[in-house]
Ligand binder design. Structure first.
Ligand code: SF4
Length: 324
């Protein structure tokens, strides 16, 4: 019998009780009053991220991303359950065909953490079927797909055994050149990038790209740097996407620091996303004008390759729309 990997043990220790988190963060009664005690999108927060949050504060940039607040109940006019119209691009609940040449697999509903602004927080995940037989067959039949994007949820929530099997099937698809992971998992539990995962990824014949999702320099640290260095040793390309979030990173100083810190970890800033108008996330909205100002100023401060593309997703468009 296999021993339970460290990352799974850490995942089990995540905060899921609001009461326990409020005690841990030493919130006073004024702050406790602002916390949302019940939500269908439950609290899920790794301990190492909780440890980075300033005590008795709801303004901490990490805390803001993960602590459910009553503000979530204010629904903005343009807010939707499915703000990017994922459901209209479903070939199955696990396969989205949004873009030419790229297929997107919803590999799992699970994540290492629950980000309150997540555009898939209301997505109707399929949990009854664990295989990807239909999805693999569909990609195979289309012949034209060059890249498979592993999304979710977070694809690194899958066990190494499950990932090994899935990647083996993707390896067998002739037209596929690139396997792309969209993941935030290592920010919460860097131990997820363990020896076995490195061995699996290093053994692939296809190009592997990781698009990390980090929003604030406080999320990056030495442990993450060490784990990412193992991916770089396997010639895996590391890019980052950030969501522009009010009270988290809507400042040029923070995005400048984020860009420098990312490159010191071997990661290139790729996208800065305008927030998708998801129900429950409208308190994170930053105007497009402010985003443009931030990017214009950022361009003066860092080399061009450290300026992320400022984009938003318009449902139905064949790629992200570049705002600036
Ligand atoms: S990790 Fe990604 S998919 Fe999961 S809740 Fe956060 S933003 Fe959403």
């Amino acid at each position: 019998m296999h021993a339970v990997p460290l990352w799974k043990k850490l995942l089990k220790q995540n905060f899921s009780s609001i009461e326990k988190l409020m005690d841990f963060l030493e919130l006073d009664s004024e702050n406790r009053d602002k916390v949302l005690l019940k939500s269908s999108f439950i609290l899920n927060l790794p301990i190492r991220l909780a440890e980075k949050i300033e005590k008795n504060s709801l303004d901490d940039p990490i805390g803001r991303q993960f602590i459910p607040l009553k503000e979530e109940n204010k629904v903005g006019e343009d807010c939707k359950e499915d703000p990017v119209n994922d459901c209209t691009f479903q070939l199955s609940p696990k396969l989205l065909q949004k873009y030419q040449s790229r297929s997107l697999l919803i590999t799992t509903s699970a994540c290492a953490m629950h980000c309150r602004y997540c555009f898939r927080r209301n997505y109707p995940y399929e949990t009854s079927k664990s295989d990807f037989d239909f999805e693999i067959e569909s990609i195979k039949k289309s012949f034209s797909q060059k890249e498979v994007i592993l999304s979710g949820g977070d694809p690194l929530s899958l066990s190494n055994e499950k990932l090994r099997g899935l990647l083996k099937e993707l390896e067998s698809l002739e037209s596929i050149q690139i396997i792309r992971f969209h993941t935030r998992f290592p920010i919460g539990i860097p131990e997820r990038i363990d020896d076995e995962l490195i061995e699996i990824l290093g053994g692939l014949s296809k190009k592997v790209v990781f698009i990390l999702h980090t929003n604030h320099p406080k999320e990056l640290d030495d442990e993450l740097k060490l784990r990412l260095s193992h991916l770089l040793e396997k010639k895996i390309t590391l890019l980052n996407q950030t969501v522009l979030l009010k009270g988290v990173n809507d400042s040029v100083n923070i995005l400048e620091e984020l860009s420098w810190k990312l490159i010191s970890l071997g990661v290139l800033p790729y996208y800065l996303h305008q927030l998708d108008p998801v129900k429950g996330g409208s308190h994170f909205k930053v105007t497009e004008e402010k985003g443009k100002e931030i990017i214009s100023e950022l361009k003066k401060r860092v080399p061009g390759y450290l300026v992320p593309k400022f984009v938003r997703e318009i449902p139905g468009e064949l790629s992200k729309t570049i705002i600036l």
